[in-house]
Design a protein around this ligand. Structure first.
Ligand code: ASP
Length: 693
């Protein structure tokens, strides 16, 4: 049997291979022609080996081929590994001490000049890289990311399997799901006018798996959300999705701490401290202005609203009197910030909607540098310095505004300060579990409460009584895991009590019919014995992005979409043929819906039907048959529109089964009787239809 000859990978050759005959295959990274001797850097997935093609070692024809070799040609060489002379050793690559002297060369495939150099960290426009992703994939950095991704998936799989989880695949053609983003829809050809929703997550299926007794489920699940994209968002992404029965919040959080600790230990050799830090949603908002705090560094917000309520500084006082808040960050060592740095922070605050950024620098000698101190009474300044624990060398920056705005502006300034001071090192990993999320949030757009997590999230037992009186205060059994200011994933304990679920739907403004229409199958499953259950899902792409320190989620996905959700390489989404749309009964704006051809009963059809039925028709009968057939077609059309989804099939129309009759041969003697109905009888001959004949 013919086998492809490859004895070694290029990047794995070492001094120990010297004098071995090898066969290598790969892409030509670089070619240097010294006239009579050609040096090639041959690359495969493991790295690069230097190959020497010397006129005196190769048959003439082969050497002339070698002269035609260009970058990215795919070749095979056979030859001998030799030690490089001291002066040609390349200490920068692992194969730098050897080269391969070729005695045979085959060009396997030629290549156009690539639109960019295939090399590590190449600074190429991303759109071009994505258009030629197959070339981009040849770069070692992307390959490294994909390998780490595989390691993470395998480690997670092994961890979950060792905890008795069962991996189950759930459908992609599914029903609109409750995560709250926009669905991608797929039109059905068979049931015109209806659509599948691509899953925003396997949420409903995994809960059904719990009703199905699976107990602990996981899946490396593809999810689809039609949202505006950011650096860490893609329209389709992968989650490691889980669901467990007979658990409460603490069981799941503990399992997740174990999982992430295992992943970091096995994949990165980093020991994470468990249990992770905990913070409630309310604390996180109040201290860091966000529900995903970056805890690689400090500088929490300090509330000065009380002090500013009565202070002389009109700007702060009036904000508080109008119901706003005043908060400050004490940036330790920030007094040394340059004017440019302070201006950059001020600009940032204003770009987020702040009116400016007040600040006080406490100079090393204890004096205060600021334009606002003169508006305060000394006692108020003292109170501010005391509350913020400001010391010489510190910088206080303030935000005074409506609560939401003040929090988001100061929260964002905090991150910017962290960057400026180099406190957000991507080699540090600060995990934190955020708990006690509000169950609901008010949607100004929809003028109703919406579920902060999803509608199946269980409220805290002690907050159930607030359900109807102060819904905004109800906290949920929901938790997020946050890493370095990025939400890795979220989960919750689910409602398994139908009366709580009805109250939840009522709060969300769903009528009973609506709830039934959207989630009916889940609700009815819950009527057949449902275990208490809960789960979690984390974004695999995001986690990998943080683990490899990539700037964009696209660097850890083999074939990602661009920022406008399109694929530069395949040019999708793309137009489809008119016939494809017609089959789906989809008409695009600006085009005409094809007229439904009314069925026509032609003269030929009637003749044909008559012939098959072996009947002769006169004109009047033809007309009658035309009209009858049209009625049959119309009736069939009506029937096809009847909803049969809830109709149970009857096995048989009659309920008689296995009726037997004893077979008897009867002598035939009543010729008269037989002939009595014959159409024509001539003497003792009769005409019989052809079929009887
Ligand atoms: N389905 C949720 C999500 O995708 C996670 C969960 O609650 O398990 O965010």
């Amino acid at each position: 049997m013919k086998k492809f000859e490859r004895t070694h990978y290029c990047g794995r050759l070492r001094e120990s291979n010297i004098d071995e005959a090898v066969a290598l295959s790969g892409w030509v990274q670089r070619r240097r022609d010294l006239g009579g001797v050609i040096f090639l850097d041959l690359r495969d997935k493991t790295g690069i080996a230097q190959v020497i093609l010397d006129q005196k070692d190769l048959p003439e024809e082969m050497f002339s081929h070698a002269e035609g070799i260009r970058s990215e040609y795919v070749i095979q060489v056979k030859g001998l590994v030799e030690k490089r002379s001291e002066d040609t050793i390349n200490p920068l690559i692992p194969t730098g001490k050897i080269d391969v002297r070729a005695n045979e060369l085959t060009i396997l495939s030629k290549a156009h000049t690539p639109p960019f150099m295939i090399e590590e960290n190449s600074n190429v426009r991303e759109e071009l890289r994505l258009k030629y992703r197959f070339l981009d994939l040849r770069r070692p950095d992307i390959l490294r990311n994909l390998k780490l991704r595989q390691q993470v998936t395998n480690t997670a799989r092994a961890y979950l399997e060792s905890h008795e989880f069962l991996e189950v695949e759930t459908p992609i053609l599914s029903k609109s799901t409750p995560e709250g983003a926009r669905d991608f829809l797929v039109p059905s050809r068979v049931k015109k006018g209806t659509f599948y929703g691509l899953p925003q997550s396997p949420q409903i299926y995994k809960q059904l798996l719990m009703v199905g007794g699976i107990d602990c489920y996981f899946q490396v699940a593809k999810c689809f959300r039609d949202e505006d994209l950011r650096a860490d968002r893609q329209p389709e992404f992968t989650q490691i999705d889980m669901e467990l029965s007979f658990v409460d919040e603490e069981d799941i959080i503990e399992l997740l701490e174990g999982l992430f600790a295992d992943l970091f230990q096995k994949v990165k050799g980093i020991t994470l401290k468990t249990p992770f830090n905990r913070i409630t949603y309310a604390e996180s908002m109040s201290l860091y202005g966000v529900d995903k705090p970056d805890l690689r560094f400090g500088f929490p917000m300090i509330d000065l609203t009380e002090i500013c309520k009565t202070c002389e500084f009109e700007v702060f006082r009036s904000v508080v009197n109008r119901g706003g808040i005043v908060k400050a960050l004490n940036i330790k060592g920030g007094a040394s910030f340059t004017r440019t740095q302070i201006e950059a922070l001020t600009h940032h605050a204003m770009s987020l909607g702040g009116k400016g950024m007040a600040w006080i620098a406490i100079e090393p000698d204890g004096s205060l540098k600021s334009v606002i101190t003169k508006f305060f009474k000394a006692a108020d300044i003292d109170a501010i310095l005391e509350k913020t624990e400001a010391k010489p060398g510190d910088l206080l920056i303030f935000s005074a505004d409506k609560k939401d705005l003040a929090l988001s502006v100061l929260g964002s300034l905090r991150l910017m300060v962290g960057d400026m001071m180099g406190l957000r090192d991507d080699k540090d990993y600060a995990f934190v579990v955020v708990t006690d999320f509000p169950l609901l949030e008010w949607s100004e757009e929809e003028k109703r409460y919406v579920a902060m997590h999803h509608p199946f999230t269980m409220p805290k037992d002690e907050d159930l009584e607030l359900f109807e009186t102060a819904p905004e205060k109800v906290r949920a059994k929901a938790y997020d895991i946050v890493l370095n200011g990025v939400e890795l994933g979220s989960g919750s304990i689910r409602i398994h009590d139908s009366s709580i679920q009805s109250r939840m739907f009522k709060l969300l403004g769903f009528s009973e019919e609506e709830a039934k229409e959207r989630f009916g199958f889940l609700l009815s499953a819950f009527e057949y014995g449902v275990p208490p259950h809960g789960g979690f899902a984390f974004g695999l792409d995001r986690l990998i992005m943080l683990m490899v320190g990539a700037e964009s989620i696209r660097d850890v996905i083999a074939f990602p979409k661009m920022k406008d959700a399109s694929c530069a390489m395949t040019q999708s989404p793309s137009e489809v043929k008119r016939e494809q749309l017609d089959e789906l009964s989809i008409y695009l704006e600006g085009t005409h819906a094809p007229k439904h051809e009314a069925p026509q009963m032609t003269h030929e059809v009637i003749e044909h039907v008559a012939k098959l039925s072996r009947i002769e028709l006169d004109e009047a009968e033809k007309e009658m048959l035309t009209s009858d057939l049209m009625k049959i077609i119309a009736f069939a059309d009506q029937l096809s529109e009847v909803d049969t989804s809830s109709v149970h099939m009857k096995e048989s129309l009659s309920n008689a089964e296995n009726v037997f009759r004893v077979d008897q041969v009867i002598a035939f003697d009543d010729q008269e009787g037989l002939l009595k109905n014959a159409a024509q009888v001539t003497e003792n001959c009769i005409f019989v239809p052809k079929t009887v004949e």
